[in-house]
Design a protein around this ligand. Sequence first.
Ligand code: NAD
Ligand code: UGA
Length: 458
Amino acid sequence: MTFKKNILCIGAGYVGGPTMVIIAYRCPQYKVTVVDTNPTRIAEWNSDDLPIYEPGLDKIVKATRGRNLFFSTEIERGIKEAEIIFVSVNTPTKTFGAGAGMAADLQYWEKTARQILKYSESSKIIVEKSTFPVRTAFAMERILSSTENDIHFDVLSNPEFLAEGTAIKDLEYPDRVLIGSRETPRGLKARDELVEIYSNWVPKDRIITSNIWSSELSKLVANAFLAQRISSINSFTAFCEKTEADITEVARAIGMDSRLGNKFLNSSLGWGGSCFKKDILNLVYLCRNYGLDKEADYWEGVVRINDYQKERFVLNILSAMFNTLAGKKICLLGFAFKANTGDTRESPAIFIAKKLIEEKAELVITDPEALRNARIDLDGIEGKISYIEDPYEASDGCDAIAVMTEWKIYKSLDFEKIYRSMVKPAFIFDGRNILDHKRLFEIGFNVFPIGKPPLTHF
Ligand code: NAD
Ligand code: UGA
């Protein structure tokens, strides 16, 4: 079968995989190939056991794989065949050298750009899908135009705004698709080609265009605003706990103001995920580079208050349980950084588990999708940790339960049964405020929500 266009995506991760699955699904006229240097990941994409858990993903993979969607490790071939290349490699925080702990590590991205240059035999559109520092497109253009030949590369910025756990919905019905380009005739032509792809399923008024730097910056700003909102509501939780105000009531009251809106106001034990922290720190690093220290300090505060929120959660457990956790068994209900994903990158649960182990507590971790990653995250840590999928079995014989992830199934657990199987006095620390606190108290638990006065029997 001949296809209208050959699309390649370099990087088969949480973004590259699902975004290409949807493009292939919605555009059967295009051949979509996803390549990765990691052969295990590609083998998993080609199997029934996909490398990531995302509701609805497996069904669409089954409908498209082998039809017009292909997963492969043949990067050279993929580059040669493609007219449009999405770059969706990881851009983690740098762990070494200048900017360590703050700047984005661009080694994967640069390697990709050099591979594209090396293997290309025709002109191509290169789409930045990963989240990059502002002006990365400039560096990419520099690398891609570093040899003398007739091949030309047009670089576009098309940041991804999907959230894990709702990726398929976010991709099928995006709030907006943003495409940044050079405002030259070539840049605008390339931009129109990308608009054409999205127009297959996204309404025209939701596809917005801008200059390339605004597009790169908008992605960082969007994540900074989202994280700031959670940090802001979380920053009032300690206040509520001290004053008998209730953070859920406060969130409802402010969220009904149409200027503020009611989303992203769920207070928690802290936000996690692979991107908020790295993107804000990257933004902070860029600000400092431009001498914008006041701005850098402001945004760094969003991360700092989040770190404090996680620490505060552990200290609350410690003080509630009579200032010693040594030998006590604590069940972590959930380990993923949010519900409906198996992803644990930067999950608050990692920090909390490590701190509880430092206090010599024994941990039992349960999660419907994230136990494989939890084992990897806590590998090599000295302490007693077990991993049990069934929440009833996991909480059996425990002194306390700490809710880490807002999985829906946890709301309907039989807490009377759980209470009976636990050591008394039994504690629940609800790091997500998802449980019925009054009912738990009536059952006999000592209940410690986030941002609400505790309900205790002593
Ligand atoms: P990921 O680690 O899941 O996937 C990246 C993949 O790129 C890995 O499989 C890795 O093996 C591969 N890779 C690295 N270098 C390569 C190379 N030279 N050639 C081929 N493959 C290579 O990362 P992710 O979560 O998909 O994130 C990718 C980018 O998208 C990041 O910049 C991130 O900030 C951004 N982003 C992520 C999300 C999300 O929800 N995870 C949402 C929006 C944007
Ligand atoms: C986030 C953004 O929402 C996406 O738009 C963006 O594309 C993505 O980062 C990215 O660049 O990687 P994601 O991290 O997958 O998506 O998930 P979110 O729903 O944003 O949740 C992030 C964290 O905040 C989770 O730990 C979640 O539990 C927490 N959260 C979220 C709260 O504590 N309270 C809330 O009200 C909302």
